[in-house]
Design a protein. Structure first.
Length: 275
């Protein structure tokens, strides 16, 4: 069956819907808890996860490189779990991360802000003013995360196939809608094509991780695309050393069949100070 991604607002009731849908479909739920269990295999500690997961960057150069490295490792976890099939990806920008994989049912769970605040205060046994602050902060962080890493407005309905408003729709109805949607013939027919796309996305992510981890590469703006194992790098670097390091990193990645490096070496220097 198709892969399911669930985007949710804090207090919307997304997690019980995801859990029940996974149980009824026999799917594995890939959420924060699952990622935390797998994370040590990818060089990620619990402390690192708490600093970077679903949060925008710090906008401090040396910190952001480490944040982006950790974020790419989380994304690699999600992609490799998705490749195994029969999964629900809960959060983590899953619908954007699997871009180009067409057998994905992209679900959004929402509710009015005031209702979400009320639910969170009741769930956590906290003061409504604190709940208001936490829900607002969560919305801002998740919106910033999606905007920075995937360059889109997370509230845009065109990025979702099914939107569920839990102010009106019960958990049971929501689960039935997801179960019905995931069995759609259009999604089932696209499964084989999407598997190749997932392989390419995993290769792309591994190259990005290698690039971020390689201290020889100063500039991180060049683009990487992968099509059936063929890696194409486009953009510029600041030295031949960086270019060779980027090519070597791509060639050393499992699954790569060919590397095309359309990388221009651009020298630069600081402009002289005006007196």
């Amino acid at each position: 069956m198709a892969i399911i991604t669930i985007s949710r607002e804090m207090g919307s009731g997304g997690i019980p819907i995801a859990q029940k849908a996974a149980q009824k479909l026999g799917y594995r739920l890939i959420d924060g808890e699952t990622i935390e269990k797998i994370a040590p295999q990818y060089g990620l500690t619990r402390e690192v996860l708490s600093q970077i997961d679903e949060k925008p960057p710090a906008f401090i150069a040396h910190l952001d490189r480490q944040i982006e490295l950790g974020m790419n490792r989380i994304q690699l976890i999600v992609l490799e779990q998705a490749l195994e099939g029969n999964v629900i990806i809960y959060g983590r920008g899953g619908q954007d991360l699997l871009k180009g994989a067409d057998n994905v049912l992209r679900v959004r769970v929402i509710a009015p802000f005031d209702l979400r605040v009320e639910r969170w205060a009741e769930r956590e046994w906290i003061d409504p003013d604190l709940a208001y602050s936490l829900v607002r902060k969560s919305d801002q962080q998740r919106a910033g995360f999606i905007k920075y890493y995937h360059d889109r407005n997370w509230e845009d309905p065109l990025h979702y196939d099914l939107t569920i408003n839990t102010a009106k729709i019960s958990e049971e109805t929501a689960v039935r809608q997801i179960m019905s949607g995931v069995k759609d013939e259009n999604l089932l027919q696209l499964k084989s094509q999407s598997k190749q796309r997932l392989h390419d996305l995993i290769i792309q992510k591994k190259i990005q991780i290698a690039r971020l981890a390689d201290e020889r590469i100063e500039d991180l703006t060049f683009q990487i695309t992968v099509n059936k194992g063929h890696v194409i790098m486009e953009g510029h670097v600041y030295s031949e050393t960086e270019k060779l390091a980027a090519i070597d990193g791509a060639k050393a990645t499992p699954g790569v069949t060919k590397v095309t490096a359309n990388l221009r070496v651009v020298g630069y220097r600081s402009a002289p100070m005006e007196l």
